[in-house]
Design a protein around this ligand. Sequence first.
Ligand code: VGL
Ligand code: ZN
Length: 198
Amino acid sequence: MPKALIVIDMQNDFCPGGALAVAGGDMIVQLINAMMREFDTVVLTQDWHPADHASFADNHPEAEPFSLTEMPYGPQVLWPRHCVIGSEGAAFHPALDLDRADLVIRKGFRPEIDSYSAFFENDHKTSTGLAGYLRERDLADLSFVGLAHDFCVAWSAIDAAKLGFTVSVIEEATRAIDLDGSLEKARADMRGAGVTLR
Ligand code: VGL
Ligand code: ZN
């Protein structure tokens, strides 16, 4: 079964010094680069938000970053402004090996809806097209790495399992935001969906 490595959001804003820095986010870059050789293909995702994106706390009067709000599609964390289209923060970490990537898929570019998962936006309905790409290439065995373990990696892995792919998350090549116990909840949800945590 052909195997794909799906590298989630290895971007400057999620690394130390970035707008939504994940502790140790930069420490997994070399490990991910080395892992790329073991897979038939590599897919990169890129969080890619317009300036007026609804997930940015500063687009909501008096909202604090990391607070929870209600969107038409359900609860949504309001984040510090990050990964704005074309910005240095949205660029991939400079040491990430981009040469082996067959596909770079961008997500979160619709102003009114956030997109943690590489497969569906946060309404769990609007598709990014990634499942179709993988299926047409017979890539049925997927391994997920990158940032952040408890948000974009977890949501992507759970959607992939629900879509019928064989799914692993390689935990040593991820790092978490860990907001109010979100990492342990995400790990339980992933296991419940049939994701293997390695
Ligand atoms: C992410 C929060 C907001 C992630 C992206 O990559 O996990 N988290 N946007
Ligand atoms: Zn984002």
